[in-house]
Design a protein around this ligand. Structure first.
Ligand SMILES: NC(=O)c1ccc[n+]([C@@H]2O[C@H](COP(=O)([O-])OP(=O)(O)OC[C@H]3O[C@@H](n4cnc5c(N)ncnc54)[C@H](OP(=O)(O)O)[C@@H]3O)[C@@H](O)[C@H]2O)c1
Length: 320
């Protein structure tokens, strides 16, 4: 069994496992983690395997807040063993009262954080992330409101998600001007089939020393290696909920990737984690799972194969 690795998240003292756990499957209809028992099984298996970074959001779950509520129960007695990350700023459809679209405002952040703390049954959030840019609120106000939460001990570190490169630079500049704590992490979509962040986001992330957390790192599970031209397991997210994902795939390229893995006697999962973790600034792969054995397997393979620079380039070129 490969040893799990830990890295600092950006230029901060927050240390997290390089294999994290994406928690948007908790409370998702038609999955084994739809229920409390299913969520408990995954959460405990993850902690026992040495996974520390758990990434959720107030909006996750078949009803808003459900992922956080299930996690609040699952973490009973084990809260101190993990780094808990959640997010605010997507449309909660009135769950936090009227917001008029200004979900980065001081007024809204106060409501959102109290609701998340209540659902998560905790006194503090380790990493509180702005889920998407708020075009109505100046980022200075968002930073000042988050600064207050850090001072009060409700939040330890702050991060953002879905910001463009220029917005990352602007937030850094505004935090410096206002002497506010800085965002330490960026979370954007990144996988072998979605490489858009390489143009502007990753250069900004690296210039400012942020930690990068890729979402959909396995492209909805495609890069687990359990799919082929004919399809895959009937109970998988792709087959049950998103069959269109398979239509995007160039199967000739996927088969060349399979051959690359076979030549090295490694699984596609190991190769994909290896490629992701070799990207500068990328701190932790927050893949989601629906079954405890999946997180155990991910923790096991995450650091099992370290590609050479030539191998990283070969995979990148394959999916260019
Ligand atoms: N910031 C944002 O806007 C944003 C947006 C989306 C997601 N996220 C975050 O990113 C996280 C990761 O995204 P994701 O979970 O949606 O996608 P993903 O990591 O690309 O794919 C996860 C899926 O892969 C399958 N899987 C994982 N490990 C496996 C294994 N060892 N064997 C077999 N199958 C395995 C599971 O699917 P099945 O068992 O169902 O096949 C799982 O649901 C989320 O949980 C969330 O925290 C953030």
């Amino acid at each position: 069994m490969a040893e799990i690795e830990y890295r600092n998240l950006g230029r901060s003292g927050l240390v997290v496992s390089t294999i994290g756990l994406g928690c948007n499957n908790f409370g998702r209809a038609k999955t084994a983690t739809e229920t409390q028992a299913g969520t408990d099984a995954v959460v405990h298996a993850a902690i026992d395997a040495g996974v520390t970074l758990f990434d959720t959001a107030d909006i996750y779950g078949s009803e808003r807040g459900l992922s956080e509520s299930l996690m609040g129960h699952a973490l009973k007695g084990r809260r101190g063993e993990i780094v808990l990350a959640t997010k605010f700023g997507m449309d909660m459809a009135g769950t936090n009262g009227p917001d008029w679209g200004a979900r980065g405002s001081r007024r809204y952040i106060r409501l959102a954080v109290e609701a998340s703390l209540r659902r998560l049954r905790t006194d503090w959030i380790d990493l509180y992330q702005l889920h998407q840019p708020d075009p109505m609120t100046p980022i200075d106000e968002t930073l000042a409101a988050l600064d207050e939460l850090i001072a009060e001990g409700k939040v330890r570190y702050i991060g953002h998600s879905n910001l463009a490169g220029w917005q990352i630079a602007d937030a850094e500049y505004r935090a410096t001007l206002g002497a506010h704590p800085k965002f330490i992490s960026a979370q954007n979509e990144y996988s072998l089939l979605r490489r858009g962040v390489e143009a502007e986001v990753l250069p900004a992330v690296n210039a400012y020393g942020l930690g990068f957390l890729p979402f959909f790192p396995l492209y909805n599970g495609l890069f687990t290696g359990k799919f082929n031209r004919q399809g895959g397991p009937a109970d998988s997210r792709i087959m049950a909920l998103r069959p269109h994902v398979l239509d995007d795939v160039d199967w000739d390229v996927m088969e060349r990737y399979e051959a690359f893995c076979a030549e090295r006697d490694i699984s596609m999962l190991a190769a994909t984690f290896g490629w992701l973790l070799a990207q500068p600034g990328l701190t932790s792969v927050i893949a989601g799972v629906t079954k405890p054995e999946q997180i155990v397997q991910n923790a096991d393979v995450a650091s099992s194969w370290t590609p050479s620079p030539d191998e990283v380039a070969e995979i990148s070129t394959l999916f260019a």
